[in-house]
Design a protein around this ligand. Structure first.
Ligand code: SIN
Length: 511
């Protein structure tokens, strides 16, 4: 069991604030759950940094929903289950696909400006694992930005919602296994936020890996603090690698995603010899489920002794590419690649976390008062491999469901706000930056696309040593606390991956 609380505090001596519901995270799941909570309740959304620093904001592809002509939730169900490699919860997937069109309609009603055809219908695209065109998008390839901006506008019209930026959630406080409040660090001071319920919409774990498409704030804090509070976590071995991040020689920069929609609309993968290879790996070729494409690319990289393969759209109409993928075009162009004329070097990197805080269909965890949604949660919809563009969708559907559940019970819930003291009084300081870098490299190397027990056990040993050092240090700075969270998540991923001997979905054992 890890530390119960990361840092020393005495809630009697720190500022307190009382509200009805705290939401941790300002991505799609957090904002959408906020607008679905009863308007008479006082809601506090806390964002780790600024409102645009989250994975939702970076999402390019779109939102999957059976809204196109000839599509049905049943078909969306089949594709989701197939991608999930037999590990999805059928009931959760049914909820997801059946309720998807209604949440898309709500977004349209609050002004989300999805891309539309000349006749006014929503434009749909296709991505890996989808057998139909069912992904709606906005601003070409900046769907997340448009959805977050429109939700934010809506939140700002609500007097009952307060948003606090640059506020780090340190620990969930519980008393007698019941949620009582949240310890946060804001403007360098600790504060005790007290409420009836908390929704953890704090995102995934991308920064546990050296190469990731995720925002730099995504250090698994919500999942780690839920674990410390006794919440059940599941499927920790299921980490998704996106097949096509732009390859860059700068190993330190976050990896820029080249949306799967580029392949969905005709992009071809070629190895460094220029040969198309995907048809040899799967009948759906470039639009096979993500885990299959990522492994195929990895295999080709090994065969050709290269750090990347190529994504080729040079056969497509240049104006259409520039209009459909304006941000991707610009990003590549700024780095010296005109994608309408040149191949884009790409490689798989960490992108999404299917595991997380176990919830039921209403976002409830095993601890009363604690709810979770979005990437932090494990509702069971993704199984061992998430279907493309089901993530923003899951944030919407289950974010709303969390709120519906809270709305129906909040009047009988009590504010508890028990005072707690935590004293470890340690003074040792760890070089958190160095530990952080080392853990990310170990995870990249040994808990990636291909895994084997020997290497994972060695990595786990090293990470356990780091955890011991961290647990015996003062953990005062945000960096130190994030590093403890990263170490904790890394060890849980490795333990689960060592335990699961067979290959399934994103978890691929070569031994
Ligand atoms: C993409 O645009 O390829 C990413 C969409 C997703 O993660 O589902």
């Amino acid at each position: 069991m890890p530390l119960r609380y990361l840092t020393d505090f005495d809630t009697k001596n720190i500022e307190k604030e009382i509200c009805d519901v705290i939401i941790v995270g300002s991505g799609v799941a957090g904002l959408y759950s906020a607008i679905n909570l009863d308007r008479s309740k006082k809601i506090l959304i806390i964002s780790k940094e600024s409102m645009d620093e989250n994975n939702s904001y970076l999402a390019q592809g779109g939102i999957a929903a059976a809204v196109g002509e000839g599509d049905l939730p049943e078909y969306h169900f089949e594709d989701t289950i197939k991608a999930g490699a037999g590990e999805c919860d059928n009931e959760a997937v049914t909820v997801l696909v059946e309720e998807a069109p209604r949440d898309v309609e709500v977004l349209c009603n609050i002004g989300t400006n999805f891309d539309r055809n000349i006749d006014g219908t929503l434009t749909t695209t296709r991505e890996g694992g989808h057998r139909r065109f069912r992904i709606i998008h906005a601003l070409g390839d900046a769907t997340g930005r448009e959805v977050v901006d429109s939700l934010l506008r809506e939140c700002r019209t609500r007097e009952n919602i307060t948003i606090v930026e640059n506020c780090f959630a340190v620990d969930i406080i519980t008393a007698d296994e019941h949620f009582t409040g949240l310890l946060v660090k804001h403007e360098n001071k600790y504060k005790y936020l007290i409420s009836k319920a908390i929704i953890l919409a704090s995102g995934g774990i991308g920064q546990v890996y050296k190469n990731t498409t995720n925002a730099t704030v995504i250090t698994g804090d919500g999942i780690a603090m839920a674990y410390r509070a006794g919440a059940e976590l599941t499927d920790m071995e299921f980490v998704q690698f996106h097949p096509t991040a732009m390859y860059s020689e700068n190993v330190d920069e976050n990896k820029f995603l080249i949306s799967e929609a580029v392949r969905g609309e005709g992009g071809i993968l070629r190895n460094t010899d220029g040969r198309r290879f995907m048809p040899e790996y799967h009948e759906m070729a470039e639009v096979a489920p993500r885990d299959i494409v990522a492994r195929a690319i990895f295999a080709e990289m090994k065969k050709t002794n290269s750090d990347f393969v190529y994504l080729d759209v040079t056969h497509k109409e240049p104006d259409q590419i520039k209009k459909r993928f304006p941000n991707i075009y610009k990003h590549c162009f700024d780095r010296g690649i005109d994608m309408t004329k040149q191949f884009i070097p790409v490689c798989p990197v960490q992108h999404y976390f299917m595991g997380g805080i176990k919830t039921d269909l209403w976002g409830r965890t095993n601890i009363q008062g604690i709810y979770a949604c979005g990437e932090a949660a494990n509702t069971g919809v993704h199984g061992a491999n998430r279907l493309a563009s089901n993530s923003l969708l899951e944030g919407l559907v289950f974010g709303r469901r969390c709120s519906e559940q809270i709305n129906s019970t909040i009047d009988s819930m009590k504010i508890i706000g028990t005072d707690i003291v935590n004293r470890r009084q340690l003074t040792t300081i760890v070089d958190a930056e160095a530990v952080n870098i080392s853990i990310k490299s170990l995870m990249n190397e040994y808990a990636g696309i291909e895994r084997n027990e020997k290497d994972m056990s060695m990595a786990l040993c090293r990470i356990n040593e780091y955890m011991e050092q961290l647990e015996n240090s003062s953990l005062e700075s945000t960096k130190e606390m994030e590093t403890m969270n990263i170490a904790n998540i890394a060890s849980l991923i490795l333990k689960a991956a060592i335990r699961r001997k067979e290959s399934v979905g994103s978890h691929y054992r070569i031994d």
